[in-house]
Design a protein around this ligand. Structure first.
Ligand SMILES: O=P(O)(O)O[C@H]1O[C@H](CO)[C@@H](O)[C@H]1O
Ligand SMILES: O=c1cc[nH]c(=O)[nH]1
Length: 236
């Protein structure tokens, strides 16, 4: 047990889906998993373990932002021994080619966060997805006819950017296609502790065209992302 998690060792499967939103964790457990059991409710940051296609898998909410995700991920790896971590998030769009409801597989994650900059002195560490998970997700998305884009994500500490889209500066011109708030920290921790990680996001609001998914429809629009992530997780 930890200050943030009252699960005991063995309560989690080796692979976990990581939504930011605790209610998304509950929805995933109740909608997709068989025999889902609540394993953590500290701070209402809900975690469940159940089965998908007969294989054990967990889902644990991380809250919003890299400091919050880092706490849950650090403990999932170091206290509970998890080996495969797949974030299932929502993100904003930074490229008009990416339409709302499209999936972004975050091949890499750029960031403005000190949480990643912290340890690398003069070097700019490049947080990247596990290649095997990325390849599996891309192949499965392709086979299922899902609209997806693999590319560079921005994991920003700022949701309300004072300068709006302009605040992202040169990043969209350098191929950054989406913005969310956690992938870079997830990839950095996975690298540090030698486990596998991937971020899959559904694009919910485009910062260029201002097209967006209505708040009430957001959860149900995430079905493709969740089934894809579950398929990748149980085969990892
Ligand atoms: O939908 P989730 O997984 O929370 O992800 C995105 O949504 C939150 C901001 O609204 C941030 O956590 C961002 O990364
Ligand atoms: O972090 C996020 C998530 C969704 N949409 C955004 O613009 N930013």
């Amino acid at each position: 047990m930890t200050p943030h998690n009252h699960a005991i060792k063995g309560d989690y499967a080796d692979a976990v889906l990581l939504p930011g939103d605790p209610l998304r964790a509950k929805w995933i457990a109740e909608t997709f998993l068989d025999e889902a059991k609540l394993v953590n409710s500290v701070r209402n940051c809900l975690g469940y373990t159940g089965t998908w296609k007969g294989k054990r898998v967990s889902v644990q909410a991380t809250g919003m932002g890299q400091p919050s995700l880092s706490i849950y991920v650090h403990e999932l790896i170091n206290t509970y021994g998890l080996k495969t971590l797949i974030r299932v998030g929502t993100c904003g769009g930074l490229n008009a080619r990416v339409k709302v409801r499209d999936l972004i597989l975050a091949q890499a994650a750029s960031t403005d966060s000190a949480i990643v900059r912290d340890r690398f002195g003069p070097y700019n560490f490049a947080p990247i997805a596990d290649f095997g998970l990325l390849r599996a997700a891309a192949e499965k998305a392709e086979a299922a006819g899902m609209r997806y884009h693999a590319g560079n994500m921005l994991s920003s500490d700022i949701f309300y950017h004072a300068d709006g889209f302009a605040g992202y500066d040169k990043l969209p011109d350098h191929g950054v296609i989406g913005v969310e708030m956690e992938a870079a920290a997830l990839y950095t921790l996975a690298a540090r502790f030698g486990v596998k990680a991937l971020t899959i996001c559904t694009m919910t609001d485009c910062l260029i065209t201002h097209e967006e998914i209505d708040a009430n429809e957001r959860q149900t629009s995430l079905k493709e992302m969740v089934t894809l992530a579950l398929d990748v997780a149980v085969e990892a």
